[in-house]
Design a protein around this ligand. Structure first.
Ligand SMILES: Nc1ncnc2c1ncn2[C@@H]1O[C@H](COP(=O)(O)OP(=O)(O)OP(=O)(O)O)[C@@H](O)[C@H]1O
Ligand SMILES: [Mg+2]
Length: 549
């Protein structure tokens, strides 16, 4: 069942195997370049057979890899970039660049000094892939099915004070940012602050693992889930290009999946706002000082205004601290406006809290009666440490009741380990190309790979250990690569590229009533296979769309 891939030149094969004793699952990774084999314990057991990859089979008391001819996940169809016929590239790139400019598929130009502050100044098309990615319906359906399960899981975990505090207790001791967030959480618990109306706008990110053909979750975002605006634009761009060149491309535009992220996220915000039941209250969007991705955000807030008549105001955390106050009934007032809902498009990174003022603002928001998207609890559920804890044996069972649902969720978990597990640390030092080392950070550019990973782990082990709790280790996923034209700043390059796709979700409840629990469109991102990180905002990845096969 093994397939090969090349992280930075070293060929790697992977397979999933079960041991003959205890029914444990192991991820077996072989690095051909270094002739090393790793056998990593996973949190899967034979009691959860439906969670077993279909390319494995039970033989006696062992679970072994099925032969190569066994049916593949995704019906044997590969996700790969659609080919551009020779001679059409320049024409398509030009048409696409014009389309972006005319339809608002734009970001701020970092070379323009005011582009991150003033709308309408210094615009540039968003980076994009020239044609969509062909993508098997099998994975698409699987990811859609998972979305309401993850939404519900986030909500349930968010209510478990003990789980959140215990899971992050060691991390808190060595990571100041996590500590500040947890301290706010503790303070709200002490105040007995209850969030009765809860809104989550989530995005669960996945990659197809080339070696096993499994759809594996990269992470689950619960704060400032971005690209919900621009992702819609790129599927429209691709649909338009395919429609205009249907014959030459030999493709049907109906297979380019339309994207509903703007309409559905705007609707979720509007319905949450309505639950607050104060027609004169507004939505407060928390933003960074400079925001070159502001048009992504405006797609949502303009839809909120135009479709539902809900007004938004945009403020930094510093401005909220300066202009905000709490009324005795708990109403958050900012610059004279009552706030129904706080929509965070900032506040996920330590950079967003340069002084105590920003922390005071976060605290003020949390103490208020405004709906928070997300609340401090939802924010904490999205940490990497919680992701790793949820992947441990029998932890999902604490939050989900239905066995089938648990198996579906568990099936998409990649190998995730705490660094308390020294044998994994040793394995990662030996074969860093097979792992990703992750601190508790959001926003891209923070993960550690390759030689840096090895050096970091060697140093942390030598220093005596405590700081190890700031990180988790994750199995590195290697998606299939295919040639792709990637367009940035008006020029294109042909790259061997890999993709990652996320499904947006929305979850809204008021006390016992679940008002929305749905998937809300998707984000497909493509990047050169040689790159480690993958964000569009951070400049690594290119927006893409899905051509369902
Ligand atoms: N296990 C993995 N295997 C392969 N690539 C990974 C893995 N984990 C992360 N990556 C790559 O690194 C990128 C950033 O990782 P991750 O999503 O965990 O960090 P983040 O800072 O939370 O990012 P975001 O800003 O998208 O929320 C991913 O988009 C992906 O391209
Ligand atoms: Mg993230």
């Amino acid at each position: 069942m093994a397939a090969a891939c090349s992280p930075g030149g070293a060929a790697v094969t992977a397979s999933l195997r079960g041991a003959s004793h205890g029914g444990r699952w192991y991820l077996v990774l072989r690095s051909r370049g270094t002739a090393r084999t790793l056998r990593l314990p996973l949190s899967l057991t034979t009691t959860t057979t439906a969670a077993a990859p279909v390319r494995c089979a039970v033989v006696g008391s062992s679970i072994i890899a099925a032969p190569e001819a066994a049916p593949l996940e995704g019906s044997g169809r590969r996700s790969e970039q659609l080919a551009v016929p020779p001679g059409m590239v320049d024409e398509l790139v030009e048409e696409a660049l014009v389309w972006c400019s005319q339809h608002g598929l734009v970001v701020g130009d970092r070379n323009h000094p005011r582009s991150g502050k003033a709308p309408g100044v210094g615009l540039l098309h968003a980076p994009f892939s020239l044609l969509p990615m062909s993508f098997p319906r099998f994975y698409w359906d699987q990811a859609l099915e998972l979305t309401p399960l993850f939404n519900e899981l986030v909500d349930r975990v968010s209510l478990d004070v003990e789980f959140l505090q215990q899971t992050l207790a060691r991390t808190k001791q060595v990571d100041l940012f996590t500590k500040r967030l947890l301290d706010i959480h503790s303070e709200m618990v002490e105040l007995n602050k209850k969030e009765e109306i809860r809104l989550g706008l989530t995005r669960s990110d996945y990659m197809v693992d080339r070696a096993t053909d499994l759809l594996l979750q990269v992470e689950l975002n619960t704060i400032s889930t971005s690209s919900n605006g621009l992702a819609c634009g790129v599927s429209e761009l691709h649909r338009n290009l395919v429609r205009m060149h249907e014959k030459e491309l030999g493709l049907d535009q109906a297979s380019v999946v339309g994207n509903t992220a703007i309409t559905q996220h705007a609707e979720a915000l509007a319905r949450a706002w309505a639950e607050y039941k104060n027609p004169s209250a507004v939505v407060l969007v928390v933003v960074q000082q400079e925001e070159r991705y502001m048009y992504d955000q405006y797609w949502i807030t303009v839809a909120l205004k135009e479709r539902y008549g809900v007004r938004t105001i945009r403020k930094t955390l510093a401005a909220i601290e300066a202009e905000g106050e709490l009324r005795s009934d708990g109403t958050l007032m900012v610059n004279g406006w009552p706030i129904a809902l706080v929509y965070f498009r900032a506040g996920y990174s330590p950079n967003d809290y340069p002084s105590e003022a920003e922390w005071r603002a976060r605290n003020l928001i949390e103490r208020s009666s405004a709906i928070k998207c997300p609340s401090i609890s939802y924010h904490l559920v999205g940490t990497k440490k919680v992701q790793q804890e949820l992947a441990k044996e029998n932890v999902l069972e604490r939050f989900l009741d239905n066995k089938g649902d648990i198996e579906k969720v568990r099936k998409c978990f990649a190998g995730l380990w705490s660094l308390e597990n020294d044998s994994i640390v040793v394995s990662a030092i030996e074969s860093p190309e097979l792992f990703v080392l992750k601190p508790q950070r959001e926003g891209g550019g923070n993960n550690i790979y390759g030689d840096n990973l090895r050096e970091t782990l060697v140093r942390l082990r030598k220093d005596g250990g405590d700081e190890l709790a700031a990180y988790i280790l994750m199995q590195r996923i290697f998606p299939p690569a295919s040639p792709c034209y990637l367009v940035r700043e008006g020029t294109y390059a042909k790259e061997n590229a890999v993709s990652e796709f996320g499904i947006f979700g929305a979850y809204l409840r008021n006390k016992d009533k679940v008002i929305i629990n749905d998937q809300c469109g998707y984000l497909m991102r493509t990047k050169a296979a040689t790159l480690n990180e993958g964000g569009v905002v951070t400049g690594y990845a290119f927006l893409n769309s899905i051509f369902l096969t």
